[in-house]
Design a protein around this ligand. Structure first.
Ligand code: URP
Ligand code: ZN
Length: 661
């Protein structure tokens, strides 16, 4: 790695835990009214394997054996309680009465009876066993619990570790009406995928308050990665792999590796996910920013503008289309990216786009804020865009079906962690919040604004994710037999988003001060009432790992027929029996051998099969212009051949001129 490139995994000074940084605080009194007390109560039981796998970089408070955390907020009292004894108890029985059930395809007025974490009955005048708790939902909507398709809880990243871990992150998710998260196994390049998977499972299983599943990142390519992908899909509940076109030298794959990984996904029936930004351009342009003396957070966007995202989206879709593999573009941050996805869908590509709470709810102008901490608080990749019409545009495309589902990329860093990059924007840990506020932000900007109806809201906050990742209708639908992950949603109530009152561990909120309609009054996770009229009651470790089976119909429904329809067809023809030109190749022999085509004697590039350019040189020994010699670099296939001397033409065709020849 060159000296001026940033090493994402180099040890950084360990941030002091949760100190108040008045220097960088942009939210006045952001911490006032939020006190943390570590009780010293060690009720969380560590699984035997967990102790062994807790890495030194795991620096989040609740992993230090000090959980559960009791937190008191102005509005909510949070208590961490023992899991209820569940089977057979009256606590496991719930009747939700009088609400309007909203699924992605219809809304109906009906009651819901839940037992043992599953929806058992839906209808009116239900006959139910005695002892059930009744929740009145008159005037409220009952929606499937949200599914956040994209989180990074406690991710070790850029020398530090995301401050929201699987406990605080899932607790906050539930507080906002999200009952399932999908996180990413994202270890250092070279770590075996199965080892990384085990690490993430150990971190998550003991801490999650809600259900979760995992995507696995592929950051290097070889046969053993291909084999591990098979084990992960067949034995570990994984059906999605994420590839990076950004983070050069760290996570980035080149185009042939990308193609191979997509082909493997296709063979296994898995979804290929892509973080789309051109890592080469970012590396070059970052250096240019530093050379210009622009070291602040605004440089982060300027060295990876929209085009850098758009190019990678377009390339990823093309490569996936060639592999006939469904592709899911994570974090759609720009109009260019969204339009590229929409255009490709119109042309028949199997591509899905995921805008996030941040790109739908705020914009990139904040990176130019005079307050460094505020600006750095908005740094993430791909960046939020300075065009303030971007969020509305992305919401339009989400509403009309061009974009599919929503995540958050929740990856949070406190002020002192962001400050690692106070003198060099390249060292600002990338990431923002969103897991708690996604549902409300989308309701406010999508439904309250009149862009989408409540059914579409359900589609983009849970159903489409459940379908694409193949857990539908267990998740993402209110139906008999589905998991009782339910939100009783008050569409008229409002709340003001603030770091002072949110339930995340991070000290900053990109939606600070936003007033949002749509408040979860009750949240039910696996039949447990975890938000109960303003009271959040969560239990660490109560969530489950949800395996995602391969070959989701939503992603793979047309892949097999496409394969057949697009099968290359050979032309059967008579063998050519006419004369074949003989090639004079004296000058070629002198050239250093790379690949020399035995028939033509033309020297081939490393990436071309020896028989790719089949036309012989011209009689004078020059390049045959019938052959394509196009290359992005401008390199020509015969660059390595010695050049012929200039030919003096005394009688050019068309007669002599006095001009230049
Ligand atoms: O900026 C972000 N999103 N940080 C987390 C890692 C990633 O790129 O997904
Ligand atoms: Zn991410």
């Amino acid at each position: 790695m060159a000296d001026d490139e940033y090493d994402f995994f180099a040890p950084q000074p360990k941030p002091t835990p949760r100190v108040r940084h008045n220097v960088f605080d942009v939210v006045p009194d952001a911490f006032v009214g939020k006190t943390l007390e570590f009780t010293g109560d060690h009720r969380r039981v560590k699984r035997p394997s967990e102790a062994a796998t807790l890495a030194p970089e795991e620096m989040t408070p609740s992993s230090e054996g000090k959980s559960p955390v009791q937190e008191n907020f102005q509005q909510d009292v949070i208590t961490d309680v023992e899991a209820e004894k569940w089977e057979g108890s009256a606590q496991s029985r719930l009747l939700i009465k009088g609400g309007k059930i909203v699924n992605d395809d219809q809304s109906i007025f009906a009651d819901i009876y839940v037992e043992d974490g599953v929806i058992k009955q839906i209808g009116n005048n239900l006959v139910i066993p005695g002892g059930a708790r009744t929740i009145e939902a008159q005037g409220k909507l009952i929606i499937p619990g949200g599914i956040d398709t994209h989180t990074h809880m406690q991710l070790p990243f850029m020398g530090t570790c995301a401050v929201d871990d699987f406990y605080s992150g899932t607790k906050a998710a539930l507080a906002g009406g999200t009952t399932m998260i999908m996180d990413f196994v994202l270890d250092q390049k070279g770590v075996p995928l199965l080892e990384a998977y085990d690490k993430w499972r150990n971190w998550a299983d003991s801490k999650v308050c809600c259900d979760y599943s995992l995507h696995v990142a592929v950051t290097y390519w070889n046969d053993s990665v291909a084999n591990e992908m098979e084990v992960l899909t067949k034995e570990r509940g994984i059906n999605s792999f994420k590839m990076f076109l950004a983070y050069k030298d760290v996570f980035m794959l080149d185009d042939s590796e990308l193609y191979n990984s997509f082909k493997r996904c296709k063979e296994l029936g898995a979804m290929a996910m892509v973080h789309a930004e051109n890592g080469h351009l970012i590396a070059q342009k970052s250096k240019e920013m530093i050379a210009l003396g622009i070291t602040g957070p605004e440089a982060h966007e300027m060295c990876r503008p929209e085009e850098v995202e758009g190019e990678a989206v377009s390339r990823a879709i093309a490569v996936a289309n060639q592999a006939n593999c469904p592709i899911y573009i994570v974090k759609v941050m720009s109009k260019t990216s969204a339009e590229t996805i929409a255009d490709a869908r119109r042309k028949g590509c199997v591509v899905f786009g995921e805008p996030i709470a941040a790109s739908l709810g705020t914009d990139g102008t904040h990176q130019w804020n005079k307050c460094w901490r505020h600006a750095a608080g908005h740094v993430m990749g791909p960046p939020l865009r300075p065009d303030p019409t971007t969020p509305g545009y992305l919401m339009d495309l989400l509403a009309n079906g061009d974009l599919a589902c929503t995540g958050t990329d929740n990856c949070t860093f406190n002020a002192d962690q962001k400050a690692l990059g106070k003198d060099d924007f390249r060292k600002i840990p990338n990431g923002v919040n969103g897991v708690e506020d996604r549902m409300s932000v989308i309701w406010e900007k999508g439904v309250h604004s009149g862009k989408m109806d409540p059914c579409r809201f359900v589609a983009v906050t849970s159903t489409n994710a459940a379908k694409l990742f193949n857990i539908y209708p267990q998740k993402g639908r209110i139906a008999v037999g589905s998991d009782a992950d339910l939100v009783i949603w008050d569409p008229t109530a409002t709340r003001t988003i603030s770091a002072k009152t949110h339930h995340q561990a991070v000290d900053f909120n990109i939606f600070e001060g936003m007033v949002v309609h749509g408040v979860p009054v009750y949240v039910i996770s696996n039949g447990h009432v975890v938000v109960d009229e303003g009271q959040l009651k969560v239990t660490q470790g109560q969530g489950r790992f949800i395996p995602n089976p391969v070959h989701s119909e939503a992603a793979y429904g047309r892949i097999a027929s496409r394969e057949l329809a697009r099968r290359p067809q050979k032309v059967d023809r008579e063998v050519y029996e006419g004369p074949v030109t003989e090639i004079k190749a004296n000058s070629v022999e002198a050239a250093p051998p790379r690949h020399r085509n035995e028939n033509t004697n033309i020297i081939m590039g490393d990436d071309m099969p020896a028989d790719f350019h089949s036309r012989p040189p011209t009689r004078s020994g020059g390049r045959n212009l019938q052959d394509s010699s196009f290359s992005f670099s401008g390199e020509q296939i015969d660059d390595s051949m010695p050049r012929r001397q200039k030919i003096r033409v005394s009688n050019p065709p068309g007669g002599k001129t006095s001009g230049l020849w």
